[in-house]
Ligand binder design. Structure first.
Ligand SMILES: Nc1nc2c(ncn2[C@@H]2O[C@H](COP(=O)(O)OP(=O)(O)O)[C@@H](O)[C@H]2O)c(=O)[nH]1
Ligand SMILES: [Mg+2]
Length: 289
């Protein structure tokens, strides 16, 4: 599928040639492969337990069943659709440093712009000067407006100004960039809570998506970190980046189980076009070949 730029080696490759059906040896091998692909122990166990009830299946039917099992698990967490019906609506990008927040904002900005929407970028990552410069370049490239203050400024004040500017200019969508690191984790979480409160106060009733960006190459380790984030920031969706790189991709299967929020987009490169809406079934089919 289009999620991967280059076709990766399928998770099930050669498995059906080596085993005649769903027996315990097959299930052991499958569990190991799922874990090696970053699906996580819990998800691998869940999938294997569910398949154990299907001993009569063979070959492609096993594959189809496994796709069903993993798709259902991913869909449990909710729909991948963005809910941004109000004018303006808001997207807040959160996540640790380097995962791809700012880049994803650029990609989203392009998508919204191509849909004819008026986009306003808000540089609320004031922790580093380079962050707002990077966002400025994306604004220029994608025809978006930008609101920014100087380095070390109050992110809340930038968000406040962005809300006012969006109302004054008739923007359709505000996309807020946030810092991935502050002096400590509690500061960071408090800051994110503050930012969403300001949005709620300045734009009452506005639809707001809070997207947690996760780097797929960090696999299960990244998930542990993200769990805390997801709880504190009231995250409504996940953007999984760097699926074009060395990521094994299986981490997608356990996100719903671990974080309880749906994956909404997949990042597959550094360019403006490299963001795909996430489709759980397509993804499972591509992985399980
Ligand atoms: N290969 C690849 N690189 C990405 C992707 N998304 C972001 N990056 C790169 O990851 C690095 C960090 O991205 P950035 O947006 O600055 O992360 P931030 O600190 O979370 O804002 C940059 O070099 C990006 O070009 C992706 O989907 N694939
Ligand atoms: Mg950034």
């Amino acid at each position: 599928m289009a999620l991967f730029k280059e076709k990766k080696k399928g998770l099930l490759g050669g498995l059906f040639a080596a085993f005649s059906g769903v027996d315990e040896d097959f299930l052991d091998e499958l569990e190991e492969r799922l874990i090696l692909a970053d699906a996580g122990v819990e998800t691998a166990e869940m999938a294997v337990d569910a398949l154990r009830q299907e001993k009569k299946l063979k070959g492609a039917d096993v594959q189809a069943k496994l796709v069903d099992i993993l798709t259902a698990e991913m869909e449990k967490a909710g729909s991948p659709e963005l809910c941004l019906a109000t004018k303006p609506a808001v997207v807040v990008m959160v996540g640790v440093n380097g995962v791809g927040k700012t880049t994803t904002i650029g990609k989203l900005s392009k998508q919204f712009h191509d849909q004819g929407k008026k986009v306003l970028l808000c540089a609320a990552d004031t922790f580093r000067a380079a962050a707002s410069e990077q966002l400025g370049i994306w604004a220029q490239r994608t025809g978006a407006d930008i609101v920014r203050h100087g380095e070390g400024g109050d992110p809340g004040a930038v968000v406040f100004d962005a809300c006012s500017a969006a109302k004054a200019r008739g923007s359709d969508i505000i996309i807020v960039d946030t810092a991935g690191r502050l002096h400590n984790k509690q500061n960071l979480m408090n800051e994110l809570t503050k930012l969403t409160k300001i949005i709620g106060r300045e734009l009452p009733g506005a639809d707001c998506e809070i997207l947690l960006v996760l780097d797929a190459t960090t696999g299960q380790n990244g998930l542990i970190q993200a769990e805390q984030f997801a709880k504190a920031a009231g995250v409504t969706g996940i953007v999984l980046t760097k699926l074009d790189g060395t990521a094994k991709g299986g981490v997608v299967f356990s996100i719903a189980q671990r974080l309880g929020v749906p994956v909404k987009f997949a990042g597959v490169g550094e360019g403006a076009e490299d963001l795909r809406p996430f489709d759980a079934r397509e993804f499972a089919e591509a992985m399980l070949q």
